[in-house]
Write a protein that binds this ligand. Structure first.
Ligand code: FAD
Length: 487
């Protein structure tokens, strides 16, 4: 009887873990599950196998089937390919988490750091078909039943993080929230590469690693990497989230998967005539919220009083002191109302992390892109492989919805690089291959990448239709191998 009770309580905790809706809830139910099943979450190597053995619960089985299928891909070599590697991943955004999952499937010890305690971004990400397939295969639907129902091809950033966090924990990734990465500490004496953290006394500060993945989001550039600025014409993005009450009437309102000015001149002209709002494009997704992202023209923002004073410099133009927040809310509201034909009459703003109306204006005039995706550093004979993934590698232009797809490609390419490194491929060759793949990234589209999603793996040849891993040669990346003179 006692053991039945025991099983029942771990089953109930597993259900709570699966359904958890905040980062802290996920972590709390996960540690309770580990306690009940007498599992040590730091025992990363055997963690997933032991979890499966001890949690003999029918509801979990469908999830194990999915994860087992992924884990059985040849590239992982039954979780031995990177068994000797210790990886620190910075950032629990979707790309940091997705990379952490791949590294743990390769058998590496993975510690992930996130400075925030909660996932709060309502904004919605467009998913390319391969990302939907990928996430389904990781069990996304088990964690979030509404995941990409019917023809939906989007998800809120928050929900995506929750799904990936749950998968990461089940696979043995050690996730620490509320801890900020402050820089690398070079090896001394017996000690290897470590990280300076805030709080300084955090247990993860003692972790020694040989792979460091930065997935810290846009504009986060770890030491040693340079960003190039891609300056285009002024592009002002506005995002707005309104409460979705999920009524039958709201369900009827069609989404706008991207109306660009060139395709629908009349729509934009009518919008301008009726509201003085002038847009380049607009997207509307019905998700946890009613989410709108649009690119607005400067003149109309000035005319509606959203921007107070005109400046030629985008930074000055969009500086918080030059933006009237109430006028911005009205602008976003009116654009949303018009573009949905007035069928969302009760447009009430959802709240952001700060408890304010979830509307924001972003400058996309100047986009950042890292000059290179990886490097190797060696100090006192100890090497570290450093790589960038996600927005800190290439900043996406949100209205085009390329962020997650290219972010996941970079996550897979990075995992492939770590695997090559673990298998003893020469440092410069590892970097050269990674840089060769990186050259392709910004050109990838759903049409020019393989549609055989079931064959996708971290091996780049399964995804890119034509990839030349020797496009960049070892001698061209010598500057990315940074060794101290004493070594
Ligand atoms: P992110 O999702 O930005 O994650 C980076 C993580 O690293 C964050 O959780 C951050 O807290 C953490 N971090 C940063 N520095 C440190 C540190 N020193 N120590 C520890 N942790 C750290 N894309 C769209 O397509 N549409 C949108 O509407 C949209 N809105 C966005 C709104 C905001 C406020 C932000 C920040 C991004 C938005 N994006 C949007 C971009 C989209 O979120 C990313 O493309 C996607 O999440 C993948 O990014 P990522 O994982 O590389 O980085």
């Amino acid at each position: 009887m006692a053991s039945k009770d025991h099983a029942n309580s771990s089953h109930a905790t597993f259900d709570l873990f699966v359904q958890a809706k905040t980062c802290q809830e996920v972590k709390q139910h996960f540690s309770e599950l580990c306690r009940q099943l007498q599992l040590d979450s730091k025992d990363f190597r055997g963690f997933y196998t032991k979890l499966k053995e001890r949690l003999n619960y029918w509801k979990a089985k469908a999830l194990w089937t999915k994860l087992d299928k992924r884990a059985s891909q040849e590239v992982y070599q039954q979780a031995t390919a990177c068994a000797q590697n210790k990886c620190l991943v910075l950032g629990a955004g979707p790309c940091g988490l997705r990379t952490a999952i791949e590294l743990s499937l390769l058998g590496a010890q993975v510690v992930l750091l996130e400075k925030r305690e909660e996932f709060t971004r309502n904004n919605v990400l467009h998913l390319w078909p391969f990302t939907i397939y990928d996430l389904r295969e990781l069990g996304a639907k088990k964690f979030y039943g509404k995941f990409c129902c019917g023809s939906l091809d989007h998800i809120s950033i928050r929900q995506l993080q929750l799904i990936l966090l749950k998968v990461s924990l089940l696979l043995g990734v050690e996730v620490h929230t509320g801890v900020e990465y402050k820089g690398l500490i070079e090896p001394t004496g017996e000690k290897g590469w470590m990280a300076k953290l805030q709080p300084q006394s955090h247990p993860a500060a003692a972790f020694q690693f040989d792979v460091f993945i930065s997935a810290g989001g846009g504009r986060f550039v770890p030491e040693g990497f340079k960003h190039k600025e891609l300056r285009g014409k002024l592009a002002i993005g506005i995002t707005a989230n309104f409460i979705n009450r999920k009524t039958a009437a709201e369900a009827q309102v069609p989404e706008i998967s991207g109306v660009a000015r060139i395709y629908n001149q009349k729509f934009f002209q009518d919008l301008l005539n009726e509201t003085d709002i002038d847009l380049e494009n607009i997207v509307y997704y019905k998700d946890d919220t009613h989410y709108f992202v649009m690119t607005a023209k400067r003149k109309s923002l000035l005319k509606r009083g959203v921007i107070k004073k005109d400046y030629s410099n985008a930074e000055q133009l969009l500086a918080p002191g030059n933006v009237d927040h109430v006028a911005l809310c009205l602008y976003a509201h009116d654009a949303a109302y018009f573009s949905t034909g007035g069928k969302l009459p009760e447009l009430q703003f959802a709240q952001n992390q700060a408890g304010q109306h979830d509307v924001a204006m972003f400058d996309f005039t100047c986009m950042q892109r890292a000059e290179n995706a990886s490097l190797v550093r060696e100090r006192r004979g100890k090497k570290i492989l450093i790589a960038l993934v996600g927005d800190c590698l290439v900043e996406p232009f949100w209205p085009l919805g390329t962020g997650i797809a290219r972010g996941f490609f970079a996550a897979f390419d990075t995992a492939w690089m770590v695997r090559s490194w673990a298998m003893g491929v020469l440092d410069l060759k590892v970097i050269a291959e990674r840089e060769s793949m990186y050259q392709l990234l910004s050109q990838t589209t759903p049409d020019n990448t393989s549609k055989k999603y079931s064959l996708y793996s971290i091996d780049p040849t399964t995804r890119y239709q034509s990839v030349n891993l020797s496009a960049i040669q070892a001698h061209q990346v010598q500057h990315l191998y940074d060794v101290d003179k004493g070594s």
